[in-house]
Design a protein. Structure first.
Length: 101
């Protein structure tokens, strides 16, 4: 069953975030079997208390185990350090079937 990683990020320095963290992370996502479904800034908060104006990233993985291999890999742990002081993130991982129709 596919899994989806959903990231909401409040980015303080977008240029630094994109040139550092995003550049280092994108090849790792592909290497570990993931693919981006959505990447975009400027989310509109409709309910809740986190995410107004935030960037959103959704990646699809073959299964939850693949996403966790990426998340827990030494390579990603190094890349993740590049967002320290640059972005506040909320990350969710969920399994689910695609809904067609």
């Amino acid at each position: 069953m596919p899994a989806y990683m959903i990231v909401t990020a409040k980015i303080a320095d977008r240029e630094r975030f994109l040139s550092g963290y995003a550049t280092a992370t994108a090849p790792l996502v592909a290497r570990f079997g993931g693919r981006y479904v959505l990447r975009g800034p400027g989310a509109s908060l409709l309910e809740g208390d986190f995410g107004d104006g935030a960037s959103m990233v959704i990646s699809e993985w073959p299964d939850k185990a693949a996403a966790l291999r990426f998340w827990n890999s030494p390579e990603y742990q190094q890349a993740k350090k590049l967002r320290e002081g640059v972005a506040q993130c909320q990350v969710l991982l969920i399994e689910g079937d695609k809904i067609n129709g």
